[in-house]
Design a protein. Structure first.
Length: 409
């Protein structure tokens, strides 16, 4: 090899490789140690800690003397339960992004789960709750208006959003329209029409936000049967998922622009380099989303107040607007800021060592929750200032009652 050829090869080695030149052949060694299953465990652990916080608050309520011992712990642990939603959602989003089981199975699972909760909730509510209340009143036609009023008193918003599978179904549907390659219909030039259907999950999310806002402001009254159809997660969380999906899609377009194939890109997605790139992107996006969530809420408050100068008006309107913002989901994305640094230890492509253990995580968490409730209740009995039972008096009363029965016989 000539001296000039050696210099050219050394120059090519030193130069920074372009994005499309990376692949499995020149991968990096680092891969985040935490898989989606690790985030599942962290999410459920945060839920368990939420129950611990509740039991601590009950303990302080029944015995104010416990405040000095438990209050400082509660002030620290109170930040843990809200982290459960980001951990669990990112874990589920990762499974959607990896798509190892195919979109059909994911859509079927999340769709059937959403439908099952919808049917079960409405069957229980209208048959047993409404049916029982109608039997107990002389004015059955007034039961639903009364329940609606009670909903506003109980929730402060006039609705309940609890069906998380609606969110997962929308995210899966968005990824389906964005990435799936039809083989029979929507082929060729029609593929762009198929991609355009990705706007449908976004439209559903926006419609749900608007309905919740209007209901919280008492402009409309949502029927109870619609509650299982409402989205649960904060709007900024869905926004982050959309950006994650577009990040992967645009990288594919950029990767394949230089002669690479779709199969080459799928192989690149499984590399450690891509995993690190995705974690860095997600770290930045979570932090930006949390800050943007606060900024949007602040701008909406100022807009409702009328002007920046009217500080007193802004503060009073902020208090009036806050319940609506919270009802929609704004102001709830601050946990994303705490989760963001952990994303650098996360790899969405890392496979768990014991994949089937993932199915046991919720069951183990529920067992822990039951244990915390039982043990917490037992501890509360020890610290509660309640009258003590005199068992000797009870035994004497029972003995006298027995003697009285024997005498009467």
């Amino acid at each position: 090899m000539s001296e000039e050829a050696i210099k050219n090869e050394a120059r090519d080695t030193r130069r920074r490789r372009k994005f499309h030149e990376h692949g499995a052949h020149n991968d990096i060694k680092y891969r985040g140690p935490i898989s989606y299953q690790g985030f599942q465990m962290l999410g459920w652990l945060c839920i368990v800690m939420g129950v611990v916080v509740v039991m601590m608050k009950l303990s302080i309520k029944v015995n104010p003397d416990m405040k000095a011992r438990l209050d400082w712990i509660g002030k620290v642990l109170v930040y843990v339960p809200p982290l459960s939603l980001p951990f669990l959602l990112i874990a589920n989003f990762s499974r959607i992004l990896i798509n190892e089981e195919g979109y059909k199975k994911q859509l079927l699972r999340n769709g059937l789960a959403s439908l099952g909760i919808f049917v079960a909730f409405n069957a229980f509510f209208y048959r047993y709750i409404i049916g029982s209340l109608k039997l107990l009143t002389v004015e059955p036609n007034q039961v639903m208006p009364m329940v609606t009023d009670m909903m506003y008193l109980a929730t402060h918003y006039g609705f309940l959003a609890f069906n998380i599978f609606i969110d997962l179904f929308l995210c899966t549907l968005f990824m389906f329209f964005l990435n799936y390659r039809p083989t029979k219909f929507f082929t060729g030039g029609k593929l762009y029409l198929f991609r355009a259907f990705a706007i449908l999950p976004i439209a559903y999310e926006v419609a749900s936000i608007l309905l919740k806002a209007a209901c919280a402001e008492m402009k409309i009254v949502l029927p109870v049967w619609t509650f299982p159809l409402l989205t649960v997660k904060p709007p900024m969380t869905f926004f982050v998922f959309v950006l994650m999906s577009l990040f992967i899609k645009f990288r594919e377009m950029r990767y394949c622009r230089h002669g690479r194939t779709h199969e080459d890109y799928e192989a690149f997605l499984k590399t450690n380099r891509n995993s690190l790139h995705f974690s860095i992107f997600l770290t930045v996006m979570l932090a930006v989303a949390a800050i943007a969530d606060f900024a949007i809420m602040l701008v909406m408050m100022i807009k409702q107040a009328g002007s920046v100068e009217a500080l007193d008006s802004i503060l009073s309107n902020a208090q009036a607007f806050y319940p609506t913002a919270v009802a929609v989901g704004f102001g709830k994305s601050w946990p994303l800021l705490l989760v963001a640094p952990i994303m650098l230890l996360y790899s969405y492509t890392r496979k768990p060592r014991f994949e089937k253990f993932g199915m046991l995580i919720p069951a183990v968490a529920i067992v822990l929750i039951v244990f915390v409730v039982i043990q917490g209740s037992y501890q509360i009995l020890h610290v509660a200032n309640i009258p003590r039972i005199n068992y000797m008096e009870i035994r004497q009363t029972i003995a006298e009652a027995i003697q009285s029965m024997q005498a009467s016989e």
